[in-house]
Write a protein that binds this ligand. Structure first.
Ligand SMILES: [Zn+2]
Length: 273
């Protein structure tokens, strides 16, 4: 398919053509709002509230109240994402049942399925492609970055070096996203924002230790060093599971290093309670 054949999603209400320049936030109808809120609530493990280094200063927030859910209609970002999705799909067909191009994260017997996958698939009227490990996952961002993400997406070139390198970070728990909604040293009263994004994980490298030097996913054969392998011989994302010292993270982290592997689909505005 040529790039021109990408069409905007049928459920978009305001942006109807790919030539539309501006990003638009559109309130969703009640059914979608309910579905998104459900995922926020079901991935908020109350018993973990206030735990962990990144929760500093928000120990009082035991629950969360969703105020609004808006869908993000940005044809420029969507078109890039859709073309990337097609490339991944083309490679997925080259795999076999025994050796898929993009194995599930559960190919490591210690790992559970991505928490959001089952809940969302049935409730949101959006097509995800399981064969390329496409998921809805959360991205927490401070208020001052919201407009930039709406207009430009989550730009991995601007990322700092996190525990798993210089990429865009996502989580399967709304509680984890909330920890990034404001400055850890200057918690604010809100309302706060988080994004629910469509993300193509593809073949995810399961990182059982921090790897803060990463600026792209590792090579299947050579890890992080320079090599001359083909693009198809690289992982497409990283799933971080453990911190220094081998202790398991409270929340798994999902990292991509290419902006076109994410589409920020919903903006959720909420308050801590
Ligand atoms: Zn290599």
């Amino acid at each position: 398919m040529s790039k021109r054949q990408v069409a905007v999603p049928g459920h978009w209400k305001s942006v109807k053509s790919l030539s539309h320049e501006n990003a638009v936030r559109v309130p969703v109808d009640r059914a979608v709002a309910k579905a998104v809120e459900d995922v926020v609530q079901k991935t908020w493990p109350q018993q973990l509230a206030g735990q962990g280094r990144d929760a500093a200063g928000i120990s009082c927030a035991a629950t969360i109240e969703v105020i609004t859910v808006e869908q993000i209609e940005n044809s420029h970002l969507y078109s890039k994402y859709e073309n990337t999705r097609k490339e991944f799909c083309a490679r997925a067909t080259k795999g076999t049942a025994r050796k898929p191009s993009y194995p599930k994260v559960t190919s490591d017997s210690n790992e559970q399925p991505v928490l959001t996958s089952k809940q969302l698939m049935s409730q949101l009227d959006e097509q995800l492609i399981p064969d390329i490990n496409e998921y809805f996952i959360f991205h927490g961002a401070p208020q001052k970055h919201v407009q930039a993400i709406l207009n430009q997406g989550i730009d991995t070139r601007l990322s700092g070096k996190g525990m798993f390198g210089k990429g865009a970070y996502f989580c399967e728990n709304s509680m984890k996203a909330d920890q990034y909604a404001d400055d850890i040293n200057n918690r604010t009263s809100g309302p706060h924002s988080m994004f629910l994004c469509k993300v193509i994980l593809g073949h995810s490298h399961i990182a059982k230790a921090p790897a803060n030097d990463l600026s792209r996913p590792p090579c299947l054969h050579h890890g992080t060093g320079a090599c001359s392998c083909l693009p198809s011989e690289f992982y497409n994302s990283v799933m971080g599971t453990h911190r220094d010292g081998g202790q398991r993270l409270l929340f798994r982290e999902f990292i991509i290093y290419e902006q076109s592997q994410v589409y920020p689909a919903y903006l959720i505005t909420y308050e801590r309670k």
